[in-house]
Design a protein around this ligand. Structure first.
Ligand code: AHR
Length: 498
């Protein structure tokens, strides 16, 4: 099959916000305990955090990590996680029916995030708590000194403010499973007042308002409109959450699910702009896709879990090669929408629906989805260029006109390179890609990497990394042209110097 692509410096989608490659760590399952933190592990640092996990996270070059939840957030008291550890309470976590020891809290997580080279995307509990708690947490984190809360932070070991810039106003407040679920109007009013107070403490922060917990919610779209009607003037972003699965074992349809993500994003943009027009506002609300991933492999196992354990293995999806291909398509979709999606968080980072898995006392390893995420995070920085692609299409169960090639090019002028990301969705045919760059002069091929040739159900495990990148030797570069053979069912990254 042939595909052509024409790109030009004059057709730019947007400068990609680095935070598009964010991730998420919730106090749930083995994400924190036995994930990033395991004091008795042979690689643990002096604070109890696993160095082997830290190194894998550094490979991913993650700019931002959402914390501490997720559903956990809506019953969490941040004060439980500060001060001397021996005085911290053990609490029931009603969201996941587990026990939270609070051994890791704000200070430990902040120190760890610095070593992981990531900023925190902090969330305030608007389930069981409200305006007062939210403004107190911002004061504790971001106010320099001289007040009860800022001095308490200093007394607890952090002289300097944490200077956290990005804040979520609650989590999935439309969900019946959420502790303190609210109607759109009630949540919108609460978020507006909490956000107002938070910005009065620190006007440099940015706020994310909860959108629907998925586009499948019965209140989707009207929820977005109603919460924005209440809180538009106080917030900067609206959140989107979406997880995908291949429950029906239908590969063609599964790989087309990035089209659902694209439709979802476009619909949310439409609602944001509708409210903007209605309010005659000059301000544009951008999007934070702060939970996205594949999540379905662990559902059956999780239905058998015993409640009230400490750090039980829940949501431990083991990802296969087809999941990596879909994650590649989803990443390209986020880049294609980078004019409005400024923040995105792969949910999650370690053990819980995660690219990194750990074994207690044992190794840490990369799941299949690690690689497309790593490539996008490392090389998808710069300006996303409009991909004018001509390629054959197919129809699947839920989608019409699915292009066999999903692709985008990113111009990174700081690194002097142009990067093409591409997924070939075809099971049977290679794609001969001919990419023409009218006004960009190319130098040498720097790297051509592919994930290809694996069984679609192949997985990585503690002993063997089956699905890992290889070199694509079938790529050539001319002054204004890149030609590449993209294998059937492949994720591809082509980096060319300028
Ligand atoms: O990421 C797992 C869970 O999915 C989060 O806690 C919640 O926000 C979402 O429903």
């Amino acid at each position: 099959m042939k595909a052509s692509m024409q790109i030009s410096k004059n057709f730019q989608i947007s400068k990609i916000d680095d935070r598009l490659y964010g991730s998420f760590i919730e106090h749930m399952g083995r994400a924190v305990y036995e994930g990033i933190y395991e004091p008795d592990h042979p690689t643990a640092d002096e604070k109890g955090f696993r160095n082997d996990v830290k190194e894998l996270i550094q490979e991913l070059n993650i700019p931002l990590i959402r914390y501490p939840g997720g559903n956990f957030l809506s019953g969490y008291n941040w004060e439980d996680g500060i001060g001397p550890r021996e005085e911290r309470p053990k609490r029931l976590d009603l969201a996941w029916k587990t026990i939270e020891t609070n051994e890791v809290g704000l200070h430990e997580f902040f120190d760890w995030s610095q070593e992981a080279n990531a900023e925190i995307n902090m969330a305030v509990n608007l389930g069981t708590r409200g305006v007062d708690d939210a403004r107190r947490l911002v004061e504790y984190c971001n106010f320099p000194s001289g007040t009860e809360l800022s001095d308490l932070r200093r007394q607890n070991g952090h002289e300097e403010p944490f200077a956290i810039k990005t804040w979520c106003l609650g989590n999935e407040m439309d969900g019946p499973w959420q502790i303190g679920q609210k109607s759109a109007v009630d949540y919108g009013k609460l978020a507006a007042q909490a956000g107002k107070a938070m910005k009065l403490v620190d006007d440099s922060i940015e706020l994310v308002l909860c959108g629907s917990s998925s586009s499948e919610m019965p209140t989707f779209a009207s929820w977005e409109a109603e919460v924005l009607e209440e809180a538009y003037d106080y917030v900067d972003y609206l959140s989107l959450h979406r997880y995908y699965g291949n429950q029906e074992n239908d590969l063609e349809n599964y790989l087309a699910k990035s089209i659902d993500m694209d439709n979802f994003i476009k619909s949310v943009i439409a609602v944001c702009d509708y409210v903007k027009a209605k309010k005659k506002s000059k301000k544009t609300i951008n999007l934070s896709f702060d939970e996205w991933n594949v999540w379905y492999h662990s559902n059956e196992q999780d239905s058998k879990n015993e409640p009230w354990q400490i750090a039980p293995p829940i949501l431990e999806d083991v990802y296969n090669f087809e999941d990596a291909l879909l994650v590649g398509c989803l990443l390209i979709t986020l880049m294609k929408n980078s004019d409005r999606v400024k923040i995105a968080c792969l949910a999650q980072l370690v053990n819980v629906i995660a690219p990194i898995m750990t074994e207690k006392d044992g190794p840490a390893w990369r799941q299949t989805i690690f690689y497309p995420f790593m490539h996008a995070s490392l090389y998808g920085r710069g300006i996303a260029l409009t991909p004018n692609v001509q390629v054959d299409t197919y129809d699947s169960k839920d989608f019409a006109d699915v292009p066999y090639l999903e692709s985008i090019a990113v111009l990174n002028e700081d690194e002097n390179e142009l990067v093409i990301f591409a997924v070939n969705r075809s099971k049977d045919e290679s794609i001969a890609l001919d990419c023409e760059l009218s006004d960009i002069e190319l130098g040498q091929l720097k790297e051509a990497t592919e994930l290809a040739g694996f069984n679609i159900k192949a997985i990585n495990n503690r002993d063997e990394e089956v699905v890992k990148p290889n070199e694509n030797t079938d790529v050539s570069v001319e002054k204004h042209r890149v030609k590449a053979q993209l294998k059937p069912l492949s994720w591809n990254v082509i980096r060319v110097s300028l």
